[in-house]
Structure formats: C-alpha cells, structure tokens
Design a protein around this ligand. Structure first.
Ligand SMILES: NS(=O)(=O)c1ccc2oc(=S)[nH]c2c1
Ligand SMILES: [Zn+2]
Length: 263
C-alpha cells in the first residue's frame, strides 16, 4: 500500500521527497515572503488581476484526511490578468491550512511571520489545457490565490458556512453538501495588493505547476472557527487523530523572482 503522507515527523514535509521526487525541486512552495526583496512590476499594475465568480449552493465539502476541501468547479468563473499573461484560469476547489495554535498555521510566511491559517483558492488554465489533471502537469497550469487568516473577535460569516458542516465530515472520506450559498469573492480581502512568484503544490505530489498570488491583507476569523478545523479527524474509522496542523514550512526561494502589486 502506498505510504500515507502527512505532517508527522515520520511522514511529513521533511520526508516527502523520498516518495514524491518533485518535493525536492527548486521551484517549491510555500516560501517566506521577504518583503525587502519583492520587486514592483509595472506590468502587474497595467494588467490588473481580475476575478469573476458565481455564487453557488450545495457545493460538496469533504474531509480529505489532510483537511477540508470544497469542490467548486465553476465553468463560469474567470481569473485573469496580473501575472497570468493572456490565459484564463477557472476555479476548481478551495481549502485551508492551519496549525496547532494560532501562532502558526499559514504556509507562506511574511518576513518570517506566520499567520493563523491560509485559504487557497485553486484555479486551472482553461485557455491551454483540457482538465485540471492535465494543467497540473505544466509550469503555468494552476493559479492559486492565497489569503492569510488573522484571529479576531468577529466571526467570518463565509467561513462559518464551512464550519457549520464540519461535524458531518469528522472522519476522512466523509463528505456533505454546504446548504448555504457560497460566493468565493467574499473570501478575498478588501485590499487587493499581492505578492506573486512561480511555485508548486504545497502537498504531494508537489508538482511545480503553480503561479502563486498571495494577498497582502489578511481576513479575520475567530479562534473558535479554527478550533473547529482542528476537530477534523485524519482517520476514516473510530480512531481519532485530529488534524491539528496541515501546513508545509517555507521552502527555499532560490533565484526565483518575487514580485509585488499594490493594487
Ligand atoms: N495547497 S495547494 O498548493 O493549493 C494545492 C492545490 C491543489 C492540489 O492538488 C493536489 S493533488 N495537491 C494540491 C495542493
Ligand atoms: Zn493549499
């Protein structure tokens, strides 16, 4: 049986490359965003990053064993401009990463600082490729929007729509439909400045196929909402192994360009 990857010392990020060679590549994600080396690029300002999403109800949310994932294939969605050239990217799914405490949890860090969590809105290049799986085999196949979580006193209403379903998907492999209408736009911060660089999937197989767009401004969630994330189980049976952390630590940026856009 294929070894299960995870986030423990015996199957976590430090050993992924043994089973998933790409995890040892030179274009890996996440990275620490060193703000002093980020370069402004007028092209990013001229070709504004634009997004258009549909509001959808009855989206399927599942417990992957590594966290929750909302399947949201939206043929009517469009992410384009900014670092994406002339191609159009379509929303496929969104999910989240978090930590054991709110002092950690994001995958990207900013000048060494971790946030309490990180939401990923995953898109694929429909201009060039015929499927998500095909797109994930190419260096410009995917575009992922990363949004940091800060902990505050105000519950995030959109995240609450996710939290309210988690008791139904406690165990790995379970899934349910989210009754509420979800508009992915509401996950985005009001300030749309971002950093962008070429990277990879942050989980195995760690394909080097992602154009990363990480928003500078975090959104706010409550500690209680994060506590609910940590109640998901990584196991499918009665055994309870809570998913208390599911973030990969930063990988070397190497000689990759890190650009910024102050939208
Ligand atoms: N965490 S992430 O880089 O956004 C990401 C997005 C899509 C993925 O599909 C597989 S398989 N692993 C993935 C990781
Ligand atoms: Zn992710």
């Amino acid at each position: 049986m294929a070894a299960e990857w995870g986030y423990s010392p015996t199957n976590g990020p430090d050993v992924w490359a043994r089973l998933f060679p790409q995890a040892g590549g030179a274009r890996q994600s996440p990275v620490d965003i060193c703000t002093s080396i980020a370069s402004s690029d007028s092209n990013l300002e001229m070709k504004k990053l634009t997004f258009a999403y549909e509001s959808q109800s009855d989206l399927r949310i599942l417990n992957t064993g590594h966290g929750w994932k909302v399947e949201a294939p939206q043929s009517g969605s469009r992410l384009e401009g900014g670092p994406l050239g002339e191609d159009i990217y379509q929303l496929e799914q969104f999910h989240c990463h978090w930590g054991e405490t709110s002092a950690e949890g994001s995958e990207h860090t900013v000048d060494g600082r971790a946030y309490a969590g990180e939401l990923h809105l995953v898109h694929w290049n429909t201009t060039k490729y015929q499927s998500f799986a095909e797109a994930a085999q190419h260096p410009d196949g995917l575009a992922v929007l990363g949004v940091f979580f800060d902990v505050g006193n105000e519950s995030n209403d959109e995240i609450e729509k996710i939290v309210s379903t988690l008791s139904e998907i406690k165990f790995k492999g379970q899934f349910t439909d989210i009754p509420d209408v979800i508009d992915p736009t509401t996950f985005l911060p009001s300030g749309l400045g971002y950093w962008t660089y070429l990277g990879s999937l942050t989980t195995p197989p760690c394909n080097e196929c992602v154009i990363w767009i990480v928003y500078k401004e975090p959104i706010t969630v409550t500690e209680e909402q994060l506590v609910q994330f940590r109640c998901l189980s990584a196991c499918s049976g009665e055994a309870e192994e809570f998913i208390v952390k599911n973030y990969r630590p930063p990988q070397p940026l190497g000689n990759r360009a890190l650009r910024e856009c102050n939208a």
